[in-house]
Design a protein. Structure first.
Lengths: 155, 155
DNA sequence: CCTGAAAAGAACTTTCT
DNA sequence: AGAAAGTTCTTTTCAGG
């Protein structure tokens, strides 16, 4: 993967907050011309440093106001079934994030739903479709304190 | 908050995956002219239905390849200190997401760091700056199975 | 009120130095 | 890299449902 310089880092810091900002405005902030910024953006998109540019929307308007954090235990034996699980997950729109972790549970998922009833349906389906999952510990999110995907760009 | 119609829902579904898609391309997908799509986008941005448009970047390139999920226990008495905590959190770039939850822990945070050492520094600082946090249970993320912020838009 | 289409304006891409 | 020309996209305007 291509190396990035000081200007790239600054640009990444900006577009992680607002990727619709005009190249000229970014240029003013980082001390570069609009052309140079555009070139760098194109290079970072093409090389995969920028993996996606997405809109965040109001969950209530989308009809999925609730969030749940599910800790899951899986059977050690067939934990190679993860690849199949991955394929299955890609199609599950309500399951936003899944992490394979160390600790008291094996997987942690962040799931969005209309209400508790719908969450129940989702987890019931999750367990029936993926028998390697033995147990689910649920935390209901009462309040989003901070939500983001921002990653600091180290110098 | 303004109501949204079928076209808005389709547009939201698209820009949650790619917010740089051209209005004409979106129009082709949803069956609307480019002008109409632009108008709807502007309205949804102004009204706060679209809360942000952000770039996702490669964590390794950013120098923060590791992710940790921290479950935190807080003292019941001064859990109104949440508002101060919130202000403090806003400045903590390594702490991406924080949820106030029911269950065995009170808060769950998703934290990004260069390595375990840096994570240790972050949590040490977290606890010294916020004495109401009594205990932290850490899950180290071994693999990101799915990462996203996509929210399905109910009809 | 919202659409589609065309004109006007702004941004991006390319080329050149 | 920056600047200017060329191209594309967005914004505004306007007529019509």
């Amino acid at each position: 993967m291509e190396p990035i310089d000081h200007f790239d880092r600054k640009i990444l810091g900006i577009i992680q907050v607002d990727c619709q900002m005009k190249a000229e405005a970014i240029g003013d902030l980082v001390g570069l011309s609009a052309s140079a910024v555009q070139r760098r953006l194109k290079r970072m998109r093409d090389s995969g440093i920028i993996t996606a540019e997405i809109a965040l929307i109001d969950r209530k308007v989308a009809g999925n106001p609730m969030t749940f954090i599910a800790g899951m235990e899986i059977e050690r034996e067939n934990y190679d079934a993860l690849s199949k699980f991955r394929v299955w997950l890609a199609k599950q729109e309500h399951i936003q994030q899944v992490y394979y972790v160390t600790g008291s549970v094996d997987l942690i998922a962040i799931i969005t739903a209309r209400d508790v009833g719908e969450y129940d349906e989702i987890t019931a389906n999750l367990m029936s479709e993926n028998p390697q999952i033995k147990r689910i510990h649920t935390n209901v999110v009462l309040k989003d304190i901070k939500l983001g995907m921002f990653v600091p760009v180290a110098e």
